[in-house]
Write a protein that binds this ligand. Structure first.
Ligand code: MTE
Length: 313
């Protein structure tokens, strides 16, 4: 298998929001000129990383103000590195994100284990600015860099029995010390219905704010499903399995009354411990109203036509 080498910047080197905005503006103005100037800097990095910096803005982006990148990479849920919000930033440097491979199997015509480079090679990267709403009641607005998951799945030729997609995170307690605790049954698993996985909003992300994904945000490859609570957006994926049966996600296995399979953001479905009707946008004071499907209803409501969203929460 091809060996991937690319530098992962420590969180301190993640580009601040203003710099990122400036760089995008600059890129737009300078066009090809800057790319020539930047070439020596990028020549050591694999092609997809250079593409990340050039990633054009994809569809569905919100124009709301971005969350401060230091908060986005400093206030995280990644239980493999501890349960505190600052634990992932403190401990995720232990995760070795290269070489990295993903096993793609089950109901597909071309199963196998593929390197990250194989996975990314044919896909053009784009930037999508999405709201992400955590079940605990806070939300962020993050410019993700990635490509639609559906484009990847199509390449591996799902069979007619592929009704659901199961995703799995790496299981390695040496790198992920939080896996020594029994808080969840490891590895972390999540699932989507095939039409949700194929939906053009569903993103496989490799970066944010125009840079490589920080480890604490799920490097090197994570899911972003912006109309669902944040726990569906599984990080550091090593397995994608297409199957006929509905998968049981890690949180549903732990607390079925609190975490349903669908986990669509819904202010009307109460959670026993967290407030769902309103949310705190990180960086703002006060709370704002939470919207059904996190405000993406126009794009995704059809997926659930005729379903009782209180029962299928
Ligand atoms: N993926 C894994 N493997 N482990 C986790 O603990 N936490 C989830 C999700 N993905 C989690 C995960 C939860 S609860 C949320 S809210 C989001 O990641 C948080 O993403 P962020 O830290 O990038 O904001």
């Amino acid at each position: 298998m091809a060996r991937l080498t690319y530098p992962i910047p420590p969180p301190s080197e993640i580009t601040p929001k203003e710099v990122h905005a400036q760089r995008r503006r600059f890129l737009k103005q300078a066009g090809g000129l800057l790319l020539t100037t930047a070439a020596p800097l990028l020549s050591a990095a694999p092609a997809w990383q250079a593409d990340m910096i050039r990633a054009p803005q994809g569809p569905f982006s919100t124009d709301e103000p971005l969350t401060d990148p230091a908060m986005a990479a400093g206030y995280n849920n990644f239980f493999e590195f501890g349960t505190g919000k600052e634990d992932p930033k403190r401990h995720a440097h232990r995760l070795r994100t290269h070489p990295w491979s993903v096993a793609i199997g089950g109901e597909v015509g071309r199963p196998g284990r593929y390197t990250l480079e194989d996975i990314l090679a044919p896909h053009g990267l784009e930037e999508r600015i999405y709201r992400l709403r955590c079940v605990e009641g806070w939300s962020m607005v993050i410019p993700w860099v990635g490509f639609p998951l559906g484009d990847l799945l199509k390449r591996f030729e799902p069979t007619s029995r592929a009704k659901y997609v199961l995703f799995e995170t790496l299981h390695d307690p040496d790198q992920m010390p939080g896996q020594r605790s029994r808080i969840l049954d490891w590895p972390y698993q999540e699932g989507l219905r095939i039409d949700e996985a194929m939906h053009p909003l569903t993103l496989l992300a490799v970066g944010m704010y125009g840079d490589v994904m920080p480890n604490q945000n799920g490097a090197p490859l994570r899911l972003v499903v912006p109309w669902k609570y944040g726990f569906k957006s599984i990080k550091s994926i090593v397995r994608i399995h297409l199957q006929e049966e509905q998968p049981v996600s890690s949180w549903t296995a732990r607390q079925p009354a609190e975490y349903g399979f669908y986990a669509n953001v819904n202010p009307e479905v109460r959670h026993p411990r967290w407030r769902q009707a309103t949310e705190r946008r990180i960086g703002e004071s006060g709370r704002r109203r939470t919207e059904l499907f996190n405000g993406y209803g126009e794009l995704v409501a059809d997926l659930y036509a005729g379903m009782d969203l209180h029962r299928h929460f």
